[in-house]
Design a binder for this molecule. Structure first.
Ligand code: PMP
Length: 346
């Protein structure tokens, strides 16, 4: 880091070195100490800053990228935002091919960050020339000197976390970490972090979090891709309907599946108990801890680190909207109070 007295050359110097924050209430009925790696402290408010910066800098080192060249990716999510941010500082064009299911807010956010956005029809097959995969591929092939990040199949996604998230957690826990709990989407975070941690201490237990409706957990257990596992779910950022090449299944000890509803309530509970306003998958990861805790997974002296990948502000029209929660049928009698906590003075 090139900074003194908290003065930085540019926003990219703020990527990484995120804090570990002790969880004091939400996990208090379980043995062990629990710490959240709070990734919204990255300047782009998510863990994806790490992979965007790392992958682009690797391409620069290999001489693939020169100023004015183009970076291409297929996401309206956190990775798109991070690539746009890195592109601004380093002087690249950023082209994002996104699905027409992406919210207008997300597209506006990417446009604000200088990205050129192609909105592609959501309901076409992946091999249709109009799909966002094919549009991104075509742009990448046509533009000499462009880089396609391809986060689901890029080994550098794993390397980024091997070189940053893993060593940070090892140092922050002074080597005392016993468990890592992380959601698996591309699998880059859990695979890279776990690889580093297991090299330091092979006994550290690595727990992946998967969604109902995703193929990942079953694949880990059987090495079989089972399309029957696939059905729609609401949490964005974890689970998948394909086997990502950026997941190293060998360094993960077990997967836990969580529901949309439990994860949503747990995300809200994190805000109310810990004062941490984090995203839906932070709720999912904490929900997995609760399920494991009930099964007696944790014992006195354990140090459990859970990754909180992003900030709550990206979910205002979803998990943090009472209307959305109601529309999903997530406010049952038990949670009715939360739905009625606003009082309008007339
Ligand atoms: N949470 C959120 C909000 C994400 O955007 C992602 C990335 N898809 C993840 C968790 C999972 O991280 P990874 O892709 O490294 O497995």
């Amino acid at each position: 880091m090139k900074h003194r007295n908290q003065v930085f050359d540019n926003v990219l110097d703020l990527v990484g070195n995120t804090p570990l924050v002790k969880l004091n209430k939400i996990t208090s009925k379980f043995e062990g100490e629990f710490y959240a790696k709070v990734e919204c402290f990255n300047p782009g408010q998510s863990s994806k800053d790490r992979i965007a910066l790392y992958i682009i800098e690797q391409a620069e080192k290999k001489g693939i990228l020169k100023p004015g060249d183009t970076i291409v990716e297929t996401t309206s999510g956190n990775t798109g935002f991070s690539i746009a941010m890195v592109s601004i500082i380093k002087g690249y064009e950023c082209v994002l091919a996104v699905s027409s299911k992406s919210s207008p807010d997300k597209i506006d956010m990417l446009r604000t960050m200088g990205a050129k956005v192609y909105v592609c029809p959501a309901h076409v097959k992946a091999d249709d020339p109009r799909s966002y995969y094919q549009v991104a591929k075509r742009i990448h092939q046509e533009l000499k000197g462009s880089v396609y990040i391809n986060q689901y199949f890029n080994q550098l996604n794993i390397d980024a976390h091997y070189h940053s998230t893993g060593p940070e957690i090892w140092k922050q826990t002074e080597g005392e970490i016993t468990h890592l709990v992380a959601c698996s989407g591309t699998g880059g975070t859990i695979s890279g972090t776990a690889k580093y941690l297991k090299q330091q201490n092979p006994n550290i237990k690595i727990i992946g979090v998967d969604a109902f409706g995703s193929v990942i957990k079953k694949y880990h257990e059987t090495r079989e891709f089972d399309p029957k596992e696939i059905y729609p779910y609401r949490i964005e950022g974890l689970g998948k309907n394909l086997i990502p090449g950026a997941t190293n299944f060998d360094v993960i000890d077990l997967f836990v599946k969580v529901t949309d509803e439990d994860s949503a309530h747990t995300a809200r509970e994190i805000a109310k108990t810990e004062g941490l306003f984090v995203g839906y998958t932070s709720g999912a990861a904490t929900q997995a801890i609760k399920q494991l805790g009930e099964q007696g997974e944790f014992k006195k002296g354990d140090k459990i680190v859970v990754i909180y990948p992003d900030h709550g502000s990206r979910y205002m029209s979803k998990v943090y909207s009472d209307k959305w929660m109601k529309d999903q049928g997530f406010f049952d009698t038990e949670n009715q109070e939360a739905a009625e906590s606003i009082q309008y003075i007339k």
